[in-house]
Ligand binder design. Structure first.
Ligand code: AMP
Ligand code: MG
Length: 350
């Protein structure tokens, strides 16, 4: 993709930019760029051996790569592959290789999670008002009709990059796109020789490349889903994390909280007893997709899913509506409670 090519070209063109190619390790310079994309505020931080290199690297991530992917994957932007697919009335649509790639991987996660992740949930997301911000509670009949149109297996990918979706169905990559972009950005930076970067693509997807420039792990705060601050800290090196929570986008009606994460089985916001799920894995896409899916599954099924799928190489922090915190055993050394939360009990799952 043009963004990544330009990133590579820029990195190679700037003298002294590639630490792997240089014999010595002088002091690193760090630059950050904060921008709005994919409906969220993102901050890309990259360290390089000279200041101009760091600034250029962050600018490339912002101005080209992330926006290029958004232009392909957005469900609301006319001209995107996903917009074209959703408006095609059942006709096959030719899509870009990157769109084939993300759809293929998203479908794998939909299948693995037995449809807890389902990228065809978009009509339900819209019916509850989450795209326009005009919130409403659909009645039973409407929900029943909506569930009939949520079925990821109906999306067909055929040869020569064609995709088709039955008329009336629509997809949205909101649960996986940031994770996919996190992986692609990290790949781009790594291939250019950058060894220290923090890609904060909004709460749902954070990717780390290497350590901080001082050699210590990156430290990422875990939001208290019912408070203002962070209840814990995760230390990450070359790892991604993604959080899905009922506090990120929601409305309340008659004392009930309705969040933007839809249970595909009911077409209604998932009410599994969880307030947030954070997934940690080397793959940012896995983190993004699985955090959404595990939020739908709830604690019990979610833990079983973790036990059943060691091949997916992930760990989880579950925070229940009651405030109870459970972490899977792989996070024992990297998760600590934040100041003010030290008296919270943390259950370690194995
Ligand atoms: P995330 O913040 O990554 O958990 O993704 C939530 C977003 O993904 C929502 O805003 C919807 O656009 C979409 N979505 C909601 N529920 C689901 C679901 N069960 N499977 C796939 N996408 C979903
Ligand atoms: Mg997600």
């Amino acid at each position: 993709m043009a963004g990544l090519k330009r990133l590579l070209a820029a990195a190679l063109a700037v003298g002294g930019l590639c630490p792997v190619l240089s014999g010595c390790q002088p002091r690193m310079h760090t630059a950050s760029a904060t921008f709005f994309a994919m409906d969220t505020v993102m901050t890309v931080t990259v360290a390089a051996q000279d200041e101009a290199g760091a600034v250029e690297a962050t600018a490339q991530g912002d101005e080209t790569t992330v926006h290029d992917f958004e232009a392909l994957f957005s469900a609301t932007r006319e001209g995107s592959d996903i917009y074209a697919l959703n408006s095609a009335n059942g006709e096959p649509v030719r899509i870009r290789p990157e769109t084939v790639d993300i759809l293929t991987r998203a479908l794998e996660l939909c299948e693995l999670t037995d449809g807890a992740l389902d990228i065809t949930a978009y009509p339900a997301v819209k019916a509850w008002g989450f795209t326009a911000g005009e919130y409403r509670v659909p009645d039973e009949a409407e929900l029943k009709e909506l569930t009939g149109n949520i079925e990821y297996t109906a999306l067909e990918l055929t040869e020569n990059r064609y995709a088709s979706l039955p008329a009336g169905m629509e997809i949205d990559l909101g649960a996986v796109a940031k994770g996919y972009v996190g992986d692609r950005l990290a790949e781009g930076y790594r291939s250019c020789g950058f060894s220290h970067a923090l890609l904060d693509l909004g709460q749902s997807s954070i990717m780390t490349v290497g350590t901080r420039p001082d050699g210590n792990p990156w430290r990422i705060g875990i939001q208290d889903p019912r408070g203002e601050g962070y209840l814990g800290v995760l230390e990450l090196t070359d790892m991604a994390m993604g959080t899905s929570g009922d506090y990120q986008r929601y409305f309340e009606q008659d004392g009930v909280r309705y969040s933007h994460i839809i249970d595909p089985a009911t077409a209604a916001p998932a009410r599994s007893g969880l307030a947030s799920v954070t997934v940690v894995s080397p793959s940012c896409l896995t983190c993004d997709g699985l955090s959404t899916a595990l939020f739908v599954m709830g604690l019990e099924k979610g833990v079983q899913f973790w036990r059943d799928h060691p091949e997916l190489d992930f760990d989880v922090i579950f925070i229940e509506e009651t405030g109870a915190i459970s972490i899977t055993s792989g996070l024992g050394d990297s998760f600590t409670l934040a100041e003010g939360y030290e008296d919270r009990e943390v259950t370690v799952l194995s």
